[in-house]
Write a protein that binds this ligand. Structure first.
Ligand SMILES: [Mg+2]
Length: 560
């Protein structure tokens, strides 16, 4: 007999398997057990993987055994070759994309073509703070509160009811240790008391579901079905959370936390929701002022990118059409694009639409597209019946853009930095292909490439496996060691988190899970990269293939 396939029940499974293994070994047989039960674990049916790979070919029982197993596991980990560095100028793939099918390339402007220097955050923060004091009569003492670079990261949620800034993972779980009231970390116990759970209900985070909105739209359009209205009616559930998903919101988050900290420290009563909307409107009202300042000294605020015209040239030489859809005003875009792509930058684009008011541009059914008269800085009232190269348009809808150009579906690839307002609707409603520009990738990948980080991440995986394989051991030495290992694991988890950002960790991960932000990003973006010109490293007919990801049921070892 070379192989024995068995299915032990839940009860006594592990013990029976262990006894049988010993018995078969004593008989010199090559045994292998498979347990078809859904809850079966590797340690239930064979000598645990760690016992095998460390060479400790017996079940540990004494303190010395467990300590030896730990040492051998660590030695094994140290002997592993570290993974190669990831190219921070790479293009990363969520969904297969064949560029030879793409005929039209569309671009957002802010943080997609124009990437800003960190000083823009200081500028926006200062303008918003001064606006709060001057227009909204917030205390003058706030003027002393400076911008804190690196305090917040993109993708965080702000609870407008409780006044907390926090990070959620893709399962809507709060990442404990990353919840802040003002600049002060809220203890885990207080967070759990506050929410009564670590997992938040979807309506709390996102409000009423889109399906429910569809039902209500259907009801509104079908007045002949009052019964449906009667049975389908539910109170309008408003989300209690706001996600701060673009880079312009990073200084906004810092201002929010600075002001809340000031109120808390000085025992001044405030309403978190009022404060949130005040700060939001103050920062947004500052955008036109920010535009004027940046236009006066664009070099000081915009990162130069010599590869950008090269990329446009490459696309045009291959017969591709290019268009620009941005929410920013023409004068601001013109100044930045002149810096980035020269005085004749408009010649690269077949269609230029400014002040598009995304996401409405992608969702509104009808809103006329209008012509902008650059010379007189005025809006022309004529009906627009065709889109001409060299003209500047504003407002309108994606429907008009598609109808007037004939550009549709998978032939269009649109790039933006905002996973929702740039990418979600064009993917879900119009079947466009999408690319996300996520500038944080440079810092994230450089951190991943750090040798010390790689070592810690590897050891975290193996230590977790060591804990998992021994967690059910009732022996006293096992319990003692498990306690120590758990403490070490907690520290490692924290170290590998704070290396990205002291307060909130990585934009993409909450420990082992993807963040809420990255779940959306991976859903709405076919490809993503740190900079649009990373695409210069690939041919115009390149097919991006996604990696075959490992599913939970496809592997045993934690260590890949
Ligand atoms: Mg943008």
């Amino acid at each position: 007999m070379q192989c024995l396939v068995m299915n032990f029940g839940h009860t006594g499974r592990a013990w029976n398997a262990w006894k049988l293994t010993k018995y078969l070994k004593s008989k010199g047989l090559n045994q292998r057990f498979f347990n078809a039960s859904k809850s079966a674990r590797a340690s239930d049916y064979e000598l645990s993987p760690l016992l095998e790979i460390t060479g400790l070919n017996r079940k540990p029982s004494s303190l010395e055994d467990f300590e030896l197993l730990y040492t051998l596991t660590k030695e094994k980990c140290l002997s592993k070759k570290l993974p190669k560095n990831v190219n921070s100028r790479g293009v990363f793939v969520c969904n297969e994309l064949d560029l030879s099918e793409v005929e039209v390339y569309g671009f957002d402007y802010d943080y997609t073509l124009a990437c800003y220097k960190p000083c823009l955050h200081d500028l926006l923060y200062n303008l918003g703070r001064d606006m709060l004091i001057k227009k909204l009569k917030y205390p003058d003492a706030i003027a002393k509160l400076e911008y804190i670079p690196g305090f917040a990261v993109r993708g965080l949620h702000y609870d407008i009811e409780k006044g907390l800034l926090l990070k959620l993972d893709s399962f809507l779980q709060i990442q404990l240790g990353s919840v802040y009231r003002g600049l002060t970390k809220v203890p885990d116990q207080e967070v759990l008391k506050c929410y009564k759970n670590r997992i938040l209900p979807i309506a709390y985070v996102e409000g009423q579901s889109k399906n429910h909105q569809v039902i209500l739209t259907f009801i509104a359009a079908n007045k002949m079905f009052p019964l449906i209205a009667l049975f389908s009616f539910k109170p309008n559930i408003k989300a209690k959370m706001v996600q701060l998903a673009d880079l312009f919101s990073v200084p906004e988050m810092c201002l929010l936390c600075n002001v809340a900290e000031y109120f808390e420290k000085n025992h001044i009563d405030y309403h978190p929701e009022i404060m949130f909307y005040d700060i939001k409107s103050a920062v947004q009202a500052c955008h036109p002022i920010m535009h004027q300042i940046v236009m006066k000294d664009a070099e000081a605020y915009i990162e130069k990118n010599e590869n950008l015209p090269k990329y446009f040239e490459k696309l045009l030489q291959s017969g591709k059409k290019l268009f620009l859809v941005t929410n920013s005003p023409y004068s601001f875009v013109n100044r930045g694009m002149t810096l980035l792509a020269g005085n004749n930058w408009r010649e690269y684009f077949d269609v230029i639409i400014v002040q598009a008011r995304k996401p409405k541009f992608f969702t509104d059914e009808s809103r006329p597209i209008r012509l902008y008269d650059e010379r007189n800085d005025s809006h022309v009232w004529d009906r627009v019946t065709r889109l001409e190269k060299g003209q500047i348009y504003y407002e309108g809808t994606v429907k008009q853009l598609q109808d007037l150009t004939g550009w549709r579906g998978h032939c269009v690839l649109y790039f933006g930095d905002h996973p929702y307002s740039d990418l979600a609707d064009v993917t879900l409603e119009h079947g466009w292909r999408t690319g996300a520009i996520i500038s944080e990738l440079t810092h994230e990948i450089n951190t991943l490439n750090n040798q010390e980080f790689k070592m810690s991440a590897n050891w975290l995986q193996m230590l977790t496996q060591l804990i998992e394989e021994n967690q059910d051991n009732e022996l006293e030495p096992a319990k003692l060691c498990l306690q120590k290992w758990m403490q070490e694991r907690d520290k490692l988890r924290n170290d590998t988190k704070t290396v990205f950002n002291e307060q909130f960790g990585s934009v993409f991960r909450t420990y082992h899970n993807p963040t809420y932000f990255s779940r959306r990003l991976f859903r709405f973006a076919d490809i993503y990269m740190s900079d649009i010109t990373n695409l210069l490293n690939y041919s115009i007919s390149h097919t991006f293939y996604p990696r075959r990801g490992v599913m939970p049921h496809e592997y045993i070892s934690y260590f890949m």
